[in-house]
Design a protein around this ligand. Structure first.
Ligand code: GDP
Length: 486
């Protein structure tokens, strides 16, 4: 198959030491050959061996030099795209990179679409779709976990697992189909028991992958966290402490955080996508009212609520309102200003809670040996942690608690595959549903062709993950999310 030749700037479009312009396609070498001269001013690029790098110049049509460069030549099929590829290393100024890109385009290349190099690697069969998606995940990785898991996926962990499950399913489809075609030679006698074992195995494996998906997504993309609490309790101070800079406006006038602020915070292995909301209280101020409403809406979609209270001021009706608002959410209660005299304690909190929700007896004080079982039984438990945002006290306890609540105490970097893509999760769910149908047919002793229909759909659903059963539209949609030059 012949392809046109594409070119793009592969490095960030900002001033840096080196910039790379990547050219790939059938005409990559002749096109760059037209604009490259070696130090003896000779047009020699086409003579270079694959995987060699050369000093020289990119030149204008009249031969005048544009920049001093190093060009590397990678001949098909041994390149990222499996096509002839030339990479031009030039000075990393945005203007210079654009100038060289334009020169390559004038010489016959076409500007690449986002992700088009990786799309070619996929279409030319060098990588499957799960590995192609991992390329972007590696680039966007925001924490150690995301980086490790996307590197694992790039090396083919998801591909291998899906391939293994598909092979098992395909074997059974083939067996059933052959037996139905040739009943004289292939008997289905006693087959259902064997099939039942295989189906149980695949279902167990699918469930394991699906179980990893929620943790995986949260680890990769961050826990959507909302800070709520009345004005002046120390929400902005807490956010600033976590971010490590004076991002939010901190004042001692109640109601200064008028709108919401968003930050991504990296606490070791955990990423929190944190939203600081306007202090929640009954207010007549229009601007503030909008903030309060927004806080309420955002809280509904949050994975975690950090409810900040001022331990030096008695609780009131506004706290009761907040408690009502968050009563079904995973919540950590932060009793702030522990450096001041305490007027709010666990009893006071539980008392107020008992008036607004059935969770009255379920607020616990965080202690070192907090029972893990209590934390894992859903959203019913609220744990209270004493902190002082001012004195930076209690933050380690908070991190420890979040890890316990979301990742059962530890973030595992073991060899288990972790599903981090919602597209993969959807396909796994489809496959699981089809396999459950096979289970049902087996239990009801349905005829064998029933099994193979559902086995086929499970096979097809899993194929979507690695890109074997996907249409052009989906492929285009996936690669359009890529950055330029990748
Ligand atoms: P927000 O309205 O809830 O965002 O509260 P701010 O973060 O603006 O804090 C309100 C006031 O409380 C400021 O004067 C802070 O310096 C003060 N403050 C915040 N945290 C603490 C704390 O832990 N101890 C003490 N003593 N003061 C605090």
């Amino acid at each position: 198959m012949r392809t046109d030749t594409i070119a793009a700037i592969a490095t960030a479009l900002s001033d840096s030491g080196i910039g790379i312009i990547r050219v790939s396609g059938d005409e990559a070498i002749p096109i760059v050959n037209k604009i490259y001269r070696n130090k003896k001013n000779k047009e020699v690029l086409f003579m270079y061996d694959s995987h060699t790098i050369h000093y020289g110049f990119i030149v204008e049509k009249d031969g005048s030099p544009i920049d001093e460069v190093m060009v590397s030549v990678m001949r098909a099929p041994h390149s990222y795209t499996m096509e002839d590829t030339v990479e031009i290393n030039c000075h990393g100024g945005a203007l210079m990179m654009k100038k060289i890109l334009m020169t390559a385009i004038e010489a016959g290349a076409r500007l690449a679409e986002p992700g088009e190099f990786t799309k070619r690697a996929f279409l030319n069969g060098r990588i499957d779709l799960s590995r192609a998606e991992a390329v972007m995940d590696v680039i966007h990785a925001k924490n150690q976990f995301a980086l490790k898991s996307s590197m694992k996926q790039l090396r083919g962990s998801v591909f291998e697992k899906i391939k293994e499950l598909r092979e098992k399913i395909l074997y059974e489809i083939a067996f059933i189909e052959s037996a139905l075609d040739d009943p004289e030679h292939i008997s289905l006698e006693g087959y259902t028991e064997k099939l039942s074992d295989q189906v149980s195995f695949v279902i167990k494996e699918l469930k394991k992958l699906l179980n990893s998906a929620d943790d995986g997504k949260m680890l990769k993309e961050g826990i959507c966290t909302v800070i709520v609490g009345k004005p002046n309790v120390g929400k902005s101070s807490l956010l600033n402490l976590m971010v490590g800079q004076d991002r939010a406006i901190v004042t001692d006038i109640a109601g200064t955080t008028r709108d919401t602020l968003e930050e991504t915070i990296y606490l070791g292995d955990i990423t929190l996508n944190i939203i600081d909301t306007a202090g929640i209280r009954n207010t007549e101020d229009m601007v503030e009212k909008i903030g309060v409403e927004k806080a309420k809406t955002i809280s509904e979609d949050a994975d975690l609520i950090l409810y900040v209270m001022d331990s030096s001021v008695p609780l009131d009706e506004n706290d009761a309102d907040i408690m009502r608002m968050i009563k079904d959410k995973k919540t950590i209660l932060l009793l702030n200003k522990s450096d001041l005299d305490e007027v709010v304690d666990l009893t006071a909190v539980n008392e107020l809670f008992s008036n607004v929700s059935e969770k009255s007896s379920r607020v616990y004080m965080m202690s070192e040996n907090l029972d893990e079982e209590e934390l894992q039984d859903g959203n019913d438990t609220i744990v209270m942690v004493k902190i002082s945002a001012k004195e930076n006290d209690g933050m380690d306890k908070l991190v420890h608690l979040i890890k316990k609540m979301f990742f059962h105490g530890q973030i595992s970097y073991n060899d288990e595959i972790c599903i981090t893509s919602s597209r993969h999760k959807e396909a796994l769910l489809e496959a699981l549903e089809s396999m459950n149908q096979v289970c049902g047919s087996l239990e009801n002793q349905m005829p064998e062709d029933f099994y193979s229909i559902d086995l086929m759909s499970a096979y097809a659903s899993l194929g979507k993950i690695i890109g074997e059963e996907v249409g052009d539209d989906l492929v285009n949609e996936i690669f359009l999310k890529f950055c330029m030059g990748k």
